[in-house]
Ligand binder design. Structure first.
Ligand SMILES: Nc1ncnc2c1ncn2[C@@H]1O[C@H](COP(=O)(O)OP(=O)(O)OP(=O)(O)O)[C@@H](O)[C@H]1O
Length: 310
């Protein structure tokens, strides 16, 4: 795992997490029937129905309780993520968005209790290689004493069989892909020499360096001003599409979610309120809570969210 991951909470096991409900024995997740455990009364939406039979990730009744917490931060989460899908997870503060992101990435604090199933297609993913994670504060991913090039070379060489020179070349390419001005010169720079938006681009370059199948951006734009937010959202969307990578975009801003997501999942009090294609959730929300989020977002200056998807 790269330096940017090591600074975070110790990961719990990835792959199939099967803990505390009846019938959830451990086993080879690759041999499981992925349709198992879906509630019979739940009508799959069209985006879900169009999914391949082999989702990248399937959550079944996922529940998370932090160490010492009296109540679960997440419970009863059923969710399937298709390869290359862009999913936005929205909800108010404390609704469990980051907990969901951390559970998927294996970044929950040690001692957290995880119930239900978290099933990956293929091999158990390696955090930092198969799952990239971008945090709200890019500073947390960057060591002030290391050049940007050194950060990238370390992550690249940790996960890929590259010579120092090839890793350096790849690092420059990555900075170009995240649209950092003068990427070759930026390799020599140090974190404090870049703006908040530029540091977030660098953090994204680190997160995608090893070619993950899934990128998780947890409030990655919340600390940025509105124009930079829109640029980063466009960058994440374009990277996901160009690299055939799935994206989970965690945000409290339904407007930003609308700009990039194929589907939107709405969380409240640790439970999934609804999930569906973006246009449907925006135009015909099923949950009263989603209607409230939309009403809170819309004012006279807001453009229509459905048209904002362009
Ligand atoms: N490390 C932790 N230990 C104990 N409880 C936690 C921890 N992290 C989060 N929680 C609690 O879990 C619940 C969900 O928090 P979470 O951070 O997932 O919500 P969120 O929707 O991401 O909120 P925000 O938008 O403010 O980041 C909250 O009640 C929070 O207080």
């Amino acid at each position: 795992m790269g330096r940017h991951d090591r600074r975070r909470a110790q990961p719990v096991a990835l792959g199939r997490v099967a803990v505390d409900h009846p019938g959830a024995g451990a086993g080879d997740h690759r041999r499981l029937d992925l349709s198992r455990g879906r509630s019979p009364d739940r009508q799959p939406d069209r985006a879900e129905a169009a999914m391949t039979d082999r989702p990248l990730l399937s959550l079944q009744q996922l529940a998370v309780t932090y160490p010492g917490a009296p109540l679960p931060a997440l419970q009863g989460i059923d969710l399937r993520l298709a390869p290359r899908e862009k999913l936005a997870v929205i909800g108010e503060s404390g609704s469990g968005k980051s907990t969901l992101a951390r559970a998927i990435a294996g970044l929950l604090p040690g001692g957290s209790h995880v119930g239900g199933d978290l099933i990956w297609s293929g091999d158990t993913p390696v955090p930092g290689r198969d799952i990239g994670f971008v945090f709200q504060d890019p500073g947390g991913s960057l060591d002030p004493l290391l050049s940007i090039g050194a950060h990238l070379v370390e992550v690249l060489r940790t996960h890929l069989p590259l010579s120092p020179r090839a890793a350096r070349d790849r690092a420059g390419d990555l900075l170009a892909q995240v649209r950092l001005p003068d990427p070759r010169a930026a390799l020599e720079g140090y974190p404090h020499q870049f703006s908040g938006g530029q540091r977030q681009r660098i953090a994204i370059a680190l997160a995608i360096a090893a070619g993950p199948a899934l990128l998780i951006a947890d409030e990655a734009t919340s600390a940025l001003d509105v124009l930079v937010q829109a640029e980063i959202v466009a960058l994440l969307r374009d990277l996901a599409e160009a690299r055939t990578m799935a994206l989970i975009f965690v945000t409290h801003d339904i407007g930003l979610a609308a700009q990039l997501a194929d589907r939107i999942a709405v969380l409240r009090n640790g439970r999934l309120q609804e999930i569906g294609p973006t246009a449907r959730v925006l135009a015909a929300p099923q949950a009263e809570y989603t209607r409230q989020l939309l009403a809170a977002h819309l004012d006279l200056s807001s453009p229509p969210l459905v048209e904002a998807r362009g």
